[in-house]
Design a binder for this molecule. Sequence first.
Ligand SMILES: *[C@@H]1O[C@H](CO)[C@@H](O)[C@H](O)[C@H]1NC(C)=O
Ligand SMILES: *[C@@H]1O[C@H](CO)[C@@H](O)[C@H](O)[C@H]1NC(C)=O
Ligand SMILES: *[C@@H]1O[C@H](CO)[C@@H](O)[C@H](O)[C@H]1NC(C)=O
Ligand SMILES: *[C@@H]1O[C@H](CO)[C@@H](O)[C@H](O)[C@H]1NC(C)=O
Ligand SMILES: *[C@@H]1O[C@H](CO)[C@@H](O)[C@H](O)[C@H]1NC(C)=O
Length: 301
Amino acid sequence: MKLNHASTEMDCFILLLAFLTAICAGFKVSVPAGPLVAVRGQPVLLGCEFTPYSTPDLSSLVVTWQRVEDSRIIHSFYYERNQLDLQSSDYRNRTTILVSELRKGNATLRIDPVGPRDAGGYLCTVSNEKGTDKGQVRLEYGAFYTEPRLSVNMNGSTVTLLYEAEGFPKPEVGWFGEDGEVLGHHTELTDDADGPGGTVGLYYLKSSHVSQSSSLNVTFTLKNQLLDQNLLKPVNITYGRQSHVCGANATILIVLSVLCVLLILCVIVLLIKIRRTSCRRSLMLTNGAASRMNGHEMLRR
Ligand SMILES: *[C@@H]1O[C@H](CO)[C@@H](O)[C@H](O)[C@H]1NC(C)=O
Ligand SMILES: *[C@@H]1O[C@H](CO)[C@@H](O)[C@H](O)[C@H]1NC(C)=O
Ligand SMILES: *[C@@H]1O[C@H](CO)[C@@H](O)[C@H](O)[C@H]1NC(C)=O
Ligand SMILES: *[C@@H]1O[C@H](CO)[C@@H](O)[C@H](O)[C@H]1NC(C)=O
Ligand SMILES: *[C@@H]1O[C@H](CO)[C@@H](O)[C@H](O)[C@H]1NC(C)=O
């Protein structure tokens, strides 16, 4: 009993000593406080700085970057070199730690390019002769929404405006009228299964607004809050008999039709000419029937 007590005291003492040593030596790892945002296809830097050993000597330095969720090894450095034998295959060829920066106490990890599965927690553990410490970084994943593609479908007196775009995560979508009034819409987000964004890491957005009006002046808005992306698409469509736009279209249509007819006529005339010349050539080559056909030719003229 007494012995146990003593050993607990001893443990406490050692722990305290280790703690004090760490404090005195001032060994510390610091990482960014808030979550970092990684953009699909772009590089991201996961910051991790530590108190460097006084000389630019890396012999005692051990750096390990791991995923918090499953302890997968992302990148390691020891024995004075990058060690990638135990690296998770998900990160192969995508990670860098600069040795020149390690000498300055900078174990920042670069991941390039970022993919949808990179979102999550990262643990940076550093130790050298001064001590050991660790820090956690959170990474969020986003993809800028592509330029929305508009398609207009008119059916009788109904106009359907449809915008399509891809990005991540879920956006805020709105349709607004001329005076900023909120309009009804139907919006769908789909992904290719396997969790949010699927394996591709994108949502496919389809947002449509249906109107009976013959003059449309509406605005489609899309907001990707994570990436601070705001898209604003004004749509201005007028149709019907009284419309100038349609009038202009009709004129173009008539001009095009006339041109088409002219073109077809030209082609027909050309074809006739070609047939006649080839007829004449075959006449020159054949002997027996020549005079008879020549007669025909004369008659036609
Ligand atoms: C990593 O790059 C090497 C050559 O640079 C290549 O042979 C290897 O296939 C790549 N691995 C992956 C998983 O892309
Ligand atoms: C740490 O290294 C990265 C490159 O790996 C660099 O971009 C960053 O500026 C460095 N940080 C400091 C504080 O020097
Ligand atoms: C047009 O609307 C009618 C009824 O409103 C519907 O039956 C038809 O399928 C629609 N056509 C197209 C091309 O959407
Ligand atoms: C369309 O609405 C915007 C305001 O949302 C206004 O500034 C613009 O003048 C309108 N255009 C037409 C043709 O009415
Ligand atoms: C919208 O359309 C109307 C009529 O077609 C036109 O006068 C106006 O300039 C257009 N406005 C914009 C912002 O395109």
